[in-house]
Design a binder for this molecule. Structure first.
Ligand code: RET
Length: 244
């Protein structure tokens, strides 16, 4: 009887010490819960914040769907779901760039700023994918190119025109912008660490010590949910202020 059930069961067996599988499961649930939270809270805000909250929810929702597949992919193949990972990122990271634009719109942010950041993020991810998946023996070079695009984004928001707009906006927008800047500088720097743990290069010492997927999964939870919560609290503060 037992073997029969095992044969027809669609749930793959998980090892007790499968930390990667564990973080895929928890990540999936966390992204789903966060999406419900953002979607349901959307209508309690002033109109001008609704798009930002909607985008926060879309980011975690897109991630939830991909985590659903990555979780299965890992459980079945015990292999990094690199393809799904990068499809997820290529959709969600540009949306995070859109968030910067949306909150800076009050200070007159132009679409050109948004497209510049989106372009840089796409370059960062496509070069990262090449290094991680297609040209693995040149992972260092592709990682470096990806890193340059990453630093361009960091520059733009910390010192470039996005920063100037945030200063003009002032108040809670400036505060939220600053917090998001820290997410990009510190939170996003988790990813190159994961990349180094999972690809060959001068940093080979990291291989085996840390698991690339665990690092990526922790990074995603912090950055996607945390980022959304910063936007959420900005909307709460601004709605409260206007009610006064
Ligand atoms: C929700 C997903 C997010 C915020 C993903 C962010 C990904 C990065 C910032 C990835 C950056 C990389 C480098 C800076 C160099 C090595 C290759 C990457 C793609 C891992």
């Amino acid at each position: 009887m037992n073997t029969l059930f095992n044969a027809i069961s669609l749930v793959p067996k998980m090892a007790q010490d499968d930390y990667v599988g564990f973080t895929f499961f928890v990540g999936c649930m966390a992204m789903m819960a966060a999406s419900v939270f953002f979607f349901l809270s959307m209508n309690s805000f002033d109109r001008k914040w609704r798009t930002s909250i909607l985008v926060s929810g879309l980011i975690t929702f897109i991630a939830a769907v991909h985590y659903w597949y990555m979780r299965d992919y890992w459980a079945m193949n015990a292999e990094s779901p690199t393809f799904f990972r990068y499809v997820d990122w290529i959709l969600t990271v540009p949306l995070m760039c859109v968030e910067f634009y949306l909150i800076l719109k009050v200070a007159g942010a132009k679409k050109a700023l948004m497209w510049k950041m989106i372009l840089a993020s796409v370059i960062m991810l496509v070069t990262g994918y090449f290094g991680e998946s297609v040209y693995r023996d040149q992972a260092q070079i592709w990682g470096l190119l990806s890193g340059i695009a990453y630093f361009y984004i960091v520059y733009e928001i910390w010192l470039g025109s996005a920063k100037k707009l945030a200063m003009q906006a002032g108040g809670s927008v400036l505060k939220a912008h600053k917090t998001l800047c820290w997410f990009v500088l510190v939170g996003w720097s988790i990813y190159p660490l994961g990349y180094m743990a999972g690809t060959p290069g001068w940093y080979d010492g990291l291989n085996g010590v840390l698991s690339m997927d665990v690092i990526y999964n922790i990074g995603d939870a912090i950055n996607k949910i945390g980022f959304g919560l910063v936007i959420y609290s900005l909307a709460v503060q601004s709605t409260l202020k206007e009610a006064k």
